[in-house]
Ligand binder design. Structure first.
Ligand SMILES: CSC[C@H]1O[C@@H](n2cnc3c(O)ncnc32)[C@H](O)[C@@H]1O
Ligand SMILES: [Zn+2]
Length: 432
């Protein structure tokens, strides 16, 4: 079993009550074996990483993404969500081959690894290729085949959704988990949606769905069912017993927030995408007051443009401070917890990752503080939340494997990936 020792780094465990301290961290195989001020090893480690100027913290967890949409980054911006989706994304996606999805996902994983994300929740199509890219990249992911019920397809999408779950759960040395993914209230009518909910309940499969992202969605669901989107899902029984990962949850009224109180799972807040598409500000303060778990996600790079979770951290805290005129809201420590252990809860991996603790999986990042914008160090959490960016990540480790060291990828050729992505991206958008 390989042993990697990180010496003399500042360790931010992100465990409740832990202050940062200077020490060593030992990885044995897939797991953190020991953390302490000065570890004494009986056998020398196979690899030693000198931690001077580096901060070890849990890898960031992106709780909502469509990684393959990285091929559509900065292709279509400054549009309303429904125009962006219907006129630009869906036509480009209709051209995507399984191989395009593989390379798009690889591009997404490269960006995430380079900016300190170690796990992500993904909803897309051609999921065999998404899963293969997760295996090849070394990342950890919760994967969902997004299911849209606007046209009858004879059950093909549901067959693919269940195929993903039956084939890939536990693959990549246990790095892959799976969910069922009805896309959104406005693309899933009551009958097929309640069937999915029943399947999820009887097989104990978690659900991943977009909810209440725009005002237009609220109007549409009101016209169709005389309900809010949240009431619609609630009445179909989605929150009775299932673990549910809700993406966005921007347009919730007070009664909606109360309906979600006590739910299993919680909300992936995507503030950069919500800002950029002009969707609105999610009621994060109100959801937290109702003890709803709130993690952070980016959504796809087709809308957010960047998968850098440090941008989400800043946007999340700034938006709540601004919205409520209260700078004490979502302090640095709390928003960093949202990007780590709270997001881990949404993916149901909080027992394995999300904090640095002996026995947990070694999913961690090393931030380089030897930079003007990261000196001096007063409050480390505030420094990271308010000043660090993904470009400050020096090393990314998942499941004990070093995926990036000194900003160099270890598992794939960046040159080949860049070439494949550029050629495929150009073909997808030609003439659109
Ligand atoms: C059927 S796979 C997922 C599907 O979702 C689309 N998508 C990407 N971003 C968003 C968003 O913010 N709201 C709703 N749907 C979104 C993506 O293009 C895929 O078609
Ligand atoms: Zn999304």
């Amino acid at each position: 079993m390989k042993r990697t020792l990180i010496t003399g780094c500042t360790i931010l465990t992100m465990c409740e009550g832990d202050a940062p301290f200077v020490g060593d961290l030992l990885i044995e195989g897939e797991r953190i074996a020991a953390i302490g001020p000065e570890l004494k090893l009986e056998q020398p480690a196979d690899e030693v990483i000198a931690g001077k100027d580096l901060v070890a913290m849990p890898g960031l967890i992106n709780a909502h993404n469509h990684a393959s949409m990285s091929l559509l980054r900065a292709f279509s911006d400054d549009l309303k969500l429904m125009d962006w989706l219907d006129k630009k994304m869906l036509p480009a996606e209709a051209r995507m081959t399984p191989e395009d999805v593989y390379w798009g996902t690889m591009l997404g994983t490269a960006e995430m690894i380079a900016s300190g994300t170690t796990s992500f929740a993904d909803m897309y199509v051609h999921m065999d290729q998404v899963a293969q890219a997760v295996v090849d990249s070394g990342m950890r992911a919760s994967l969902t085949r997004g299911v849209v019920f606007l046209q009858d397809d004879g059950g093909k999408r549901m067959t693919e959704a269940l195929h993903l779950i039956d084939t890939w759960t536990g693959a990549g040395e246990g790095r892959i988990t799976t969910m069922l993914g009805p896309h959104a209230p406005y693309t899933c009518p009551p009958q097929p949606l309640s069937e999915i909910i029943q399947i999820a309940r009887s097989r104990q499969i978690p659900l991943h769905i977009h909810l209440a992202e725009t005002r237009e969605e609220v109007v549409k669901i009101r016209e169709r069912y005389n309900q809010t989107p949240t009431e619609y899902l609630h009445e179909l029984g989605m929150f009775e017993d299932n673990h549910v990962l809700l993406a966005h949850a921007v347009h919730l009224d007070a009664a909606d927030v109360r309906l979600l109180s006590g739910m299993r799972g919680g909300v992936a807040h995507n503030p950069v995408s919500n800002l950029k598409l002009g969707c609105g500000i999610a009621p994060v303060k109100e959801m937290l007051e109702q003890n709803i778990t709130v993690g952070l996600g980016t959504d796809g790079a087709g809308s957010a443009t960047t998968l850098d979770m440090f941008a989400e951290i800043k946007a999340a805290t700034w938006l709540q401070k601004l919205q409520h005129g209260d700078p004490t809201l979502l302090p640095a420590w709390q928003v960093l917890r949202m990007a780590t252990i709270e997001s881990a809860k949404l993916l149901q991996i909080e027992d394995e990752v999300g904090t640095l603790e002996p026995g947990k999986k070694a999913d961690l990042i090393l931030l380089n503080l030897n930079k003007p914008h990261l000196q001096p160090v007063h409050d480390l959490s505030a420094l990271i939340a308010y000043s660090a960016t993904g470009a400050d990540v020096d090393t990314t480790i998942v499941n004990g494997q070093v995926l990036m060291r000194g900003r160099q990828f270890t598992r794939f050729s960046w040159e080949e990936l860049r070439r494949e992505a550029a050629e495929r991206a150009a073909r997808l958008v030609e003439g659109l």
